[in-house]
Ligand binder design. Structure first.
Ligand code: RP5
Length: 171
């Protein structure tokens, strides 16, 4: 089985709309990654096996997304010392606050890193994984700097139709 640096896991097929944003960033940065559905509640045995074997399979970082009673990231963290980056998936009934609160209050000694709810959280979790890998990878460090430069440029691009005076001329 091929080794990957980052494993992106989620509790359900329905989480993919959100978690694909993490996979897209990893693809953009050319970081090896794989995805799997492992549910803390529906397939606990599969989740245990995944968590116990992840480090031996060469995985360095796990990104785990779940919604509602979102126990997946914490339960994975309980069974591995690899860093677990948790993404609270937005839910229809409670908007994802349920996911966030299920994820964020881990007991002392078993941490996960928690990101914001939804697609932006998945996006940022992947960027965070890239920055962790970049500690030992010059190519990724440079790619992250280029990414930051690009989003800074996009943030100030003057697309304000009808605006009277663009003050950016002062800057
Ligand atoms: C959680 O339940 C999953 O992470 C998902 O976000 C949520 C709903 O799952 P489905 O009922 O859509 O499969 O386990």
């Amino acid at each position: 089985m091929k080794h990957v640096d980052v494993a992106v896991v989620m509790g359900s097929q329905s989480d993919w709309d959100t978690m694909q944003h993490a996979a897209n960033i990893l693809t953009e940065f050319d970081v090896s990654h794989g995805v799997a559905i492992v549910s803390a509640h529906r397939t606990p045995g599969r989740m245990n096996e995944f968590a116990e074997k992840a480090a031996d399979n060469g995985v360095k970082i796990i990104i785990a997304g779940a919604g509602g009673a979102a126990h997946l990231p914490g339960m994975i963290a309980a069974q591995t010392t690899l860093p677990v980056l948790a993404v609270p998936v937005q839910t229809r009934v409670l908007g994802g606050l349920d996911s966030l609160l299920s994820i964020v209050q881990m007991p002392r000694g078993v941490p996960t890193a928690a990101f914001s709810i939804g697609a932006a959280g998945a996006h940022n979790a992947a960027l965070f994984a890239v920055s962790q890998l970049a500690l030992n990878d010059e190519r990724l460090r440079e790619a992250l700097s280029a990414y930051r430069a690009r989003i800074a440029e996009e943030a100030v691009a003057p697309e304000l139709p009808g605006a009277p005076l663009l003050l950016t001329e002062w800057l």
